[in-house]
Ligand binder design. Structure first.
Ligand SMILES: Cc1cc2nc3c(=O)[nH]c(=O)nc-3n(C[C@H](O)[C@H](O)[C@H](O)COP(=O)(O)O)c2cc1C
Length: 198
């Protein structure tokens, strides 16, 4: 009989920080999808609450970054075995707060999978996602093929925070999570067999 697998530690990163943002509604829906999926232990990193300094403090010295906030955030990124970035699209790109969060740490991202849930206007945030794939390549991550996207996102959720097309969105979330868990398990094993030292 197979031993039950240790749940994958998933960090869901909420990439928008502005007043009145939709991001947390989208994230809350996705976190519930992750709970239903099973096999995941989820940490929610809301960048509006992470308190990251707006200037980068450089690489860690003797394992410590320059500020307490970055150290706390780095620990959460290090503990995660997979990431889902919930991102809006701003002027065909992704939010500045998200770039700051990505750039604030480095090795903590390595050899882990990243998935995307995007929300935007016409494009559903897909232009932001394609830009993020380029950035995450530099961080030695694997971005998974399938994503969830909400075009005209402000019209997509009811007052309880449920998508009007709950079935379609749920199918997309399951596909993303299936791919993410496959990679997370494969890379967990690979990191244990051989340190990723590049
Ligand atoms: C400054 C700004 C720029 C935007 N630019 C775009 C854009 O270029 N393309 C698009 O599809 N939607 C664009 N939108 C719409 C947002 O992507 C969409 O409303 C999203 O759900 C906002 O997420 P938030 O409320 O969490 O910030 C923009 C919204 C803002 C506030």
């Amino acid at each position: 009989m197979d031993m039950p697998k240790k749940p994958i530690r998933l960090a869901v990163i909420v990439g928008s920080t502005r007043q009145g943002r939709l991001g947390p509604t989208v994230a809350k829906w996705f976190i519930e999808r992750a709970r239903v999926h099973g096999g995941l232990d989820t940490d929610v990193i809301d960048l509006a609450e992470a308190g990251l300094p707006s200037e980068l403090g450089g690489p860690p010295k003797e394992g410590k970054y320059a500020s307490a906030e970055v150290n706390a955030y780095a620990r959460r990124i290090a503990e995660a075995e997979a990431f889902v970035v919930v991102t809006p699209e701003y002027n065909r790109g992704y939010p500045a707060a998200l770039k700051l969060a990505i750039d604030s740490v480095y090795a903590e991202w390595h050899a882990k999978p990243v998935g995307f849930v995007s929300h935007g206007g016409q494009s559903g945030g897909l232009r932001a996602v394609e830009q993020l794939r380029q950035v995450f390549a530099e961080l030695h991550t694997v971005t998974v093929r399938d994503s969830v996207s909400f075009p005209m996102a402000w019209e997509q959720f009811d007052e309880d925070g449920n998508p009007h097309d709950a079935e379609g969105a749920g199918v997309a979330a399951k596909q993303l999570l299936d791919e993410l868990v496959w990679w997370a398990e494969a890379l967990r094993q690979a990191r244990a067999d051989r340190p990723y030292a590049f």
